[in-house]
Design a protein around this ligand. Structure first.
Ligand SMILES: [Ca+2]
Ligand SMILES: [Ca+2]
Ligand SMILES: [Ca+2]
Length: 324
């Protein structure tokens, strides 16, 4: 009895701490090599794309994937031409990942807004495995912070724009129009990798179809300048089809703009806090939210209209410690 009790105690503690035993414990499986796993995932995704066809509802962009039967004449996801297969290259964990995606519609070209990796999105989605088993779906849109989801979404969603919506009384009060809609095919390295999630096993490539309905541009430090305007967006390439993008960002840890493996942060005063999270970007003792106020109206300038110290050339005043 005593021994069983001890075993139970040990079991409970092991469960709570999630890791028992050290590196010598043969039950602890080391994480797979990223390069090897990526090669296997890409092979699986390529095979899927060549052996399945898409059925797309042209009105609402619901999509299903079906295996081409033996002797079937359907065009594969790769060979069909109505919605061309695109890909983008992204760098993570030292690996250059090719991520395939398809745009059914980019979004409203005039009124749509494009999210960046630090914004919140209102999105409907469906997630399936390469076995075509659905593991998750949200038919009604839900809100996510793009910083809080798997990195595959970070890379692909900014290629799309929102649409517009109209409201009316009745059982379906909101109608979304011209929203962005598409599909992404994610290697496990930009999804759940070794952890899996729910019914997604470890190291499983996954597919998401999605509809981007709305977004909210965030202002993390509440200084009146949107976070998207407080980052260095020089390398932002939303229309890329095969460009090494540099979108992986952790504003708390820095990010690698030039892809050389070291992290830089967009930090004007060099105090280690990136501008996106710094209430005094130039470190002159005057908070940004006061520096960007129009002295005549008392209202904040829009980012594009924040003046320079001289009023003509130079850095915007909230980024120039020589004036406030
Ligand atoms: Ca801000
Ligand atoms: Ca700073
Ligand atoms: Ca300042």
């Amino acid at each position: 009895m005593k021994n069983i009790f001890k075993i139970l105690i040990a079991f409970v503690f092991c469960s709570l701490l999630t890791s028992c035993g050290g590196e010598d414990d043969p039950s602890v499986t080391p994480i797979r090599d990223f390069a090897e796993q990526y090669a296997a995932d890409l092979d699986s995704i390529d095979k899927y794309i060549d052996t399945h066809y898409m059925t797309v509802n042209p009105t609402n962009f619901d999509v299903t994937f079906t295996k081409i039967p033996t002797g079937g004449t359907q065009q594969s996801i790769r060979t069909q031409t109505q919605y061309p297969l695109k890909d983008t290259l992204v760098k993570e964990d030292g690996i250059e990942y090719k991520i395939y995606f398809i745009k059914f519609r980019e979004g409203d070209p005039v009124n749509g807004k494009r999210p960046t990796q630090v914004d919140s999105i209102h999105i409907a989605y469906r997630g399936i495995r390469l076995t075509n088993d659905q593991f998750d779906a949200a038919t009604n849109p839900v809100w996510f912070g793009l910083q809080d989801v798997i990195t595959g979404w970070n890379h692909i969603i900014p290629n799309f724009k929102t649409g517009t919506y109209t409201t009316s009384p009745g059982p379906n009060p909101i109608t979304f129009n011209d929203f962005g809609a598409g599909v992404m095919f994610l290697p496990s390295g930009v999804a759940y990798y070794n952890t899996g999630a729910g019914s997604i096993p470890s190291y499983a490539p996954i597919i998401f179809s999605f509809k981007l309905y709305e977004l909210r541009y965030r202002d993390h430090d509440r200084d009146g300048i949107l976070s998207k305007d407080e980052r260095n967006l020089t390398d932002f390439s939303p229309s890329n089809t095969n460009v090494l993008t540099r979108w992986k960002e952790d504003p708390f840890a820095g990010y690698d703009y030039d892809g050389n493996g070291t992290l830089e942060i967009y930090d004007t005063d060099g105090d280690g806090v990136p501008n996106m999270l710094d209430i005094d970007d130039d470190g002159d003792g005057y908070q940004t939210k006061f520096e960007i106020k129009d002295p005549l109206t008392g209202l904040s300038f829009s980012f594009a209209n924040i003046p320079t110290c001289s009023g003509t050339i130079g850095k915007k005043k909230h980024l120039d410690k020589n004036c406030n």
